[in-house]
Design a protein around this ligand. Structure first.
Ligand code: GLA
Length: 388
């Protein structure tokens, strides 16, 4: 409620209109429970939207522009509706809303202008998909305020991804945008990234809690190293396709790795093949309520990301190692692209407070910085909030 209030107050401060006709929207962040660096390799991932995200208060106006003001950034983002939208005119956070509006505009001309004031409790650049949350938020606001019914949620996810690939220049897969748009309470999404279809796996984790641990280490390398990993996977696929017909790298088998011509490609492909299988094992474990097995798969995933995919860092490793040794810890791994950002952990509620306290101390001792720990719940995706 406090964040809605801040968004409404922020909006009122930038426009001189009375309080009525304000519309409210929310877009969540996401965590990925299993299946990392798999989406752009056409396999299975298991994310969920979370109960932290971006809150927006919106008011329509008659000017031919969209004006977005963010509580966390000084520069507003102003997008003209009568002129061409050019990526060079936008920097930093502005590229995400501008990219989405550019993509929607290519399909349906947007004519309705609006002001939006956005407030977030999602740490930015920490691997919880604050960028996908912003893209989906702006996309949803445009579709609702302009009454565009011809763009489905699936298309919206695809065009948000396109915006990030082309306008922002990160070659990300579909997972984040899809998860924040389709998210649902009490369930993990099992997303098939080749066919872009999903099913739900119930996530009633009691007595375990899902924690996010923010390393507070900015993911500085994320863009360039991320694109490099994608290129290495494309190269591995290309080499394997010379010996067998494969649609994507996740379809390869470990025995195929001998046909790759260098050790880096072998390691990258080995992560992709084993991680994809882990997601399917995790689905079965969850359907049978075997959280201990899920926890073990999380540890295995982290080891593979650290050793084969080489996207972890000492801060993330410290959190995972700590959890493994703690009596309340069931599983932990990095989540998102890596190189900093956040880890997730499954922790038994009995030892939860002790776990948090001891991890804070341990992490500070290991790294010289404090980490942020908070609990998350699988939650509903982007939506317009209609107060009762
Ligand atoms: C980032 C990307 C996603 C996905 C993850 C790694 O979050 O945006 O598409 O590739 O990294 O799993």
């Amino acid at each position: 409620m406090i964040l809605w209030q801040q968004a409404i107050t922020g909006l009122k401060n930038i426009t001189s209109h009375p309080e009525d006709n304000i519309r409210l929207f929310f877009s969540p962040g996401r965590v990925n429970v299993l299946g990392e660096h798999i989406d752009y390799n056409g396999g299975w991932v298991m994310p969920c939207a979370i109960d932290k995200g971006i809150y927006a208060a919106v008011r329509l106006h008659d000017e031919p522009l969209i004006r977005i003001i963010s509580q966390s950034h000084n520069e507003p983002c102003i997008i003209p509706l009568k002129k061409e939208i050019v990526s060079a005119d936008f920097t930093g956070w502005q590229r995400y809303p501008a990219g989405v509006i550019f993509e929607i505009n290519r399909l349906v001309k947007i004519s309705q202008g609006f002001d939006a004031y956005v407030v977030s409790n999602l740490p930015e650049g920490s691997g919880l998909s604050s960028s996908a949350a912003l893209e989906a938020l702006i996309g949803k606001i445009v579709l609702h305020t302009s009454s565009i019914h011809t763009i489905s949620d699936r298309q919206l996810a695809l065009l948000c991804k396109q915006a990030e690939n082309d306008f922002v220049g990160v070659q990300c897969g579909i997972m984040d945008q899809y998860a924040v748009i389709f998210g649902k309470a009490n369930a993990l999404m099992l997303l098939d990234c080749e066919n872009i279809e999903h099913e739900w796996v119930p996530f009633e984790s009691y007595p375990y809690r899902l924690l996010v641990i923010d390393t507070q280490k900015p993911r500085t390398l994320a863009g360039s190293a991320y694109n490099e990993r994608k290129m290495q996977c494309d190269k591995a696929l290309e080499q394997l396709q010379r010996i067998k017909p494969l649609q994507n790298l996740c379809e390869a088998e470990l025995t195929d790795l001998q046909h790759l011509d260098n050790y880096t490609l072998i390691k990258r492909a080995r992560h992709v093949i084993t991680e994809n299988k882990r997601v399917l094992f995790a689905r079965n474990s969850l359907l049978q309520g075997q959280f201990i097995h899920l926890g073990e798969l999380m540890y295995q995933s982290h080891a593979s990301l650290r050793n084969d995919y080489e996207v972890s860092c000492k801060e993330l490793d410290a959190i995972v190692d700590f959890t493994r040794q703690h009596e309340a810890g069931l599983g932990a791994r990095m989540t998102g692209a890596g190189f900093g950002g956040c880890a997730i952990a499954l922790v038994h509620e009995k030892g939860l407070e002790r776990y948090k306290e001891q991890l804070q101390k341990f992490y500070f001792y290991q790294t010289g910085t404090a980490c942020l720990i908070f609990e998350v719940q699988p939650s509903q995706g982007v939506h317009e909030y209609i107060p009762a």
